[in-house]
Design a protein around this ligand. Structure first.
Ligand code: SF4
Ligand code: SF4
Length: 120
């Protein structure tokens, strides 16, 4: 079991969960935070402080957010950062990289911008 950060964190990434996590297993990517599933002790503190309800216990992930279980885990794989299990987030483990699914996620800002330009 692990806790999982899902799409609501994308482009919000205010860091409240990172400050709250007692084992520092929440790591910062370019557009969102990611939980290292092997380091998470399932305490639930992060979930209670997230302002946009982006964090779920694995078994509570809504169907449309299921892919974020893999997104969080794969962020630490050779395919993205190759960090493995660093044992604690610190300045060395911060990156502008994201999981491909997150990198490709269309932001509300972009969608609104295009619409705004087209209609005014
Ligand atoms: S559930 Fe606890 S250990 Fe796991 S990421 Fe959240 S705050 Fe950290
Ligand atoms: S508290 Fe929520 S919105 Fe803020 S960085 Fe963590 S998951 Fe993202």
């Amino acid at each position: 079991m692990t806790y999982v950060i899902a799409s609501a964190c994308i482009d919000v990434k205010d860091g409240a969960c990172q400050t709250a996590c007692p084992v520092e297993c929440i790591y910062e990517g370019g557009r969102m935070m990611y939980i290292q599933p092997d380091e998470c002790i399932n305490c639930g503190l992060c979930l209670s402080v997230c302002p946009v309800e982006a964090i779920f216990a694995e078994e509570d992930l809504p169907a449309e957010e299921r892919s974020y279980l893999e997104v969080n885990a794969e962020f630490f794989s050779p395919a993205v950062t190759d960090w493995g299990s660093p044992g604690g987030a610190n300045a060395r483990y911060k990156t502008c990289k994201d999981h491909p699914l997150v990198a490709a996620f269309a932001s509300g800002k972009e969608a609104g911008g295009v619409g705004a330009k087209g209609t005014r």
